[in-house]
Design a protein around this ligand. Sequence first.
Ligand SMILES: N[C@@H](CCC(=O)N[C@@H](CS)C(=O)NCC(=O)O)C(=O)O
Length: 209
Amino acid sequence: MTTLTLYGTPISVYVRAVRLLLEEAGANYDLKDIGIFGENTAPEYLAKNPFGKVPTLDVDGTFLYETVAINEYLNETVANNKFSPSDPLQRAKMRQIIAIVDSYLYAPTIRSIVIQRLIVPSQGGQTDENMVKAAIEPATKAMKAIESIAVCSPYLIGSELTLADFHLIPVFVYFANTPEFETVMSQAPKLKDWWQKISQLPLVKKVCG
Ligand SMILES: N[C@@H](CCC(=O)N[C@@H](CS)C(=O)NCC(=O)O)C(=O)O
């Protein structure tokens, strides 16, 4: 039987994307906490993931990194592909949303707004208001793009949870706690509704609570 060990801090957006899948699939795995403020750049961890990012999944001694690759692998091996639509166009839309999250949404929402609004003040620093202001337009653009692809009935691609939901949920968990959330989400009402429902799932509370 395959042994799975997930390296990464449970507060990480991307570690959560993987854990949402693992928990929903009921898979057996160990979580090894790797902090993102130093531990991730120690030589032992860089030997597993040269970019020093979390998560990394140890599959029987093979170190797999990049969340998209990890979740595609897990979807096939522990979930019988149930988190990916069988219809090619729906599957492409799922991947399109995931790519938009990675390429266009994560930076303005998490790296700029969440870090500046939630993390910097919690460490005694002062929010860079210019950085927050500049992030609103790209965050809104990415959110509107996802809104135009997703059906949100009730999940992003339809009646079943997919890898796209796992990718987007952890971003919303943090972003929803910022004042900019309402401003941005006023442009994406379907997604706001999706979030209101999905944030109540026991799975989301367990992994991201
Ligand atoms: N492309 C990577 C991104 C992972 C990522 O950015 N992880 C963040 C935590 S959510 C991290 O490791 N940050 C530490 C750093 O950038 O030094 C993936 O998809 O797994």
